[in-house]
Design a protein around this ligand. Structure first.
Ligand code: HMG
Length: 393
């Protein structure tokens, strides 16, 4: 349902970035004496992205955003919305560092948004609203996160890291966002990270139930608002803390809609949305947009097709909405870039992964330098008097 009087608004360009390193989940399984099939089949994850010492949410976000700007320039961009739950500062938006690293002009408003894995979707909807008010404006929506759980915890295999940068504008090249959106909020403690912790706390099994319940609620609201029929979606991109979760969520929505797909049918329906996430791991706010990039990069021609986005953030907020894939979208994809980014990560052995996981930053304001691993790219250089230092290579 889109009002004929308003121009279509949506995602014009979508670029992903991930970490310098990766860890094969078979080596994690070996280390813990677990059958690797629990990870590769049971949760549907093969590899996870692991940040180098000189990377963080800012460097990944800057990587993705710089590629958007290299292709599209900065004309018309007056807002940058930075979505994350891996904030590096309680006051200053990580987006302000990105703004400076990628050379955006001062006439841009920048703000950071948080609600677990959901906030990039809120940012996208806010962007659509701003552009509806003034269709000459463009908005950068940047989602960047690192998913971290304690070593040896059941969540450890569902870690990962990535950023997704989107240029949102009128008459988009990739996906026109449709009205309505279905939303659902419920106060649950399924996953959270108190300010004094660098790793998340989670009620694993409870979080799966909370996710399904919230996605079901968002779908019901979408239907109540006059949304399109379930059968009209050529594909649905779900938030993917691990890819098996998307299959559970899709089956849940299918059953709510009177269908009873087999596991093979569900897997086939979702396969193109899961290719990148399976190799990256959970990227929290970015995850559902990594799924969208994966779908657009891999599916046969989707021109004119309706795609669903099912976003979930623990705590919890969920949203379901649709978008229509635009004519000519294939000329605007970044499949080679995305594939190279995933394939050229440097694999870690388990010992090196543990060392990185245990590395902490000093909290006393002393001078500190990170090991230089990302030559020629955006780097988190270190700390000076409690200030984070970045450089563009
Ligand atoms: P667990 O409890 O160790 O695993 O951790 P399990 O025993 O439940 O096994 C997982 C699956 O593997 C099961 O399949 C097993 O049967 C299967 P299922 O019954 O679910 O279909 N399995 C095997 N399959 C093949 N061969 C084998 C084998 N062994 C077992 N040998 C859990 C799993 C997801 C709980 C854990 O990884 C965790 O706590 N992860 C973090 C929380 C999470 O990702 N929750 C997802 C929903 S919440 C969410 O999405 C929000 C989030 O992204 C945060 C945010 O919003 O900010 C997390």
């Amino acid at each position: 349902m889109t009002d004929a009087a308003t121009p279509s608004i949506g995602i014009h360009d979508l670029a992903l970035a991930t970490s310098h390193h990766s860890l094969d989940l078979e080596s994690l399984a070996d280390h813990h004496g677990i059958d690797p099939a629990k990870f590769t089949v049971g949760i549907g994850q093969h590899v996870m992205s692991v940040l180098a010492a000189d990377e963080d949410i800012v460097t990944m976000a800057a990587d993705a955003t710089a590629r958007i700007i290299a292709r599209n320039g900065t004309d018309g961009i007056r807002t940058l919305l930075f979505a994350t739950e891996s904030g590096i500062d309680q006051s200053k938006s990580a987006g302000v560092y990105v703004h400076s690293l990628v050379g955006l002009p001062p006439t841009v408003r920048v703000v950071e948004l948080k609600q677990a894995c959901y906030s990039a979707t809120a940012a996208l909807q806010f962007a659509v609203g701003l552009i509806a008010r003034d269709p000459s404006q463009k908005v950068l929506v940047v989602a960047s996160d690192v998913a971290r759980y304690d070593l040896g915890s059941s969540g450890e295999s569902t870690q990962g890291a990535a950023a997704a940068a989107m240029l949102v504008q009128a008459n988009p090249a990739l996906l026109a966002v449709e009205n309505p959106a279905g939303v659902y909020t419920e106060d649950v403690m399924d996953f959270w990270r108190p300010n004094y912790r660098s790793t998340a706390l989670v009620d694993g099994k409870g979080s799966i139930k909370a996710y399904l319940n919230a996605i079901g609620g968002a779908w019901q609201d979408y239907a109540d608002q006059g949304g399109e029929p379930f059968e009209s979606f050529a594909s649905i991109c779900y938030h993917q803390p691990f890819t098996k979760m998307a299959t559970k969520a899709h089956r849940h929505l299918a059953v709510l809609n009177g269908q009873n797909p087999t596991p093979v049918e569900v897997a086939a329906y979702l396969e193109d949305t899961m290719r990148y996430n399976r190799l990256i791991g959970n990227s929290y706010t970015a995850s559902v947009y990594v799924a969208l990039a994966s779908l657009l990069d891999h599916a046969d021609d989707l021109t004119g097709a309706r795609v669903g986005l099912a976003s979930y953030g623990s705590g919890s907020v969920a949203e379901f909405f649709g978008g229509v894939v635009q004519p000519g979208y294939r000329d605007h994809l970044r499949r080679e870039e995305h594939t190279a980014m995933i394939d050229t990560r440097v694999p870690l052995d388990h010992t090196a992964y543990e060392v990185l996981h245990k590395t902490t930053l000093p909290e006393d304001g002393r001078e500190y330098r990170t090991t230089a691993e990302r030559a020629g790219s955006f780097r988190f250089v270190g700390l000076n008097e409690h200030r984070r230092l970045y450089e563009r290579g």
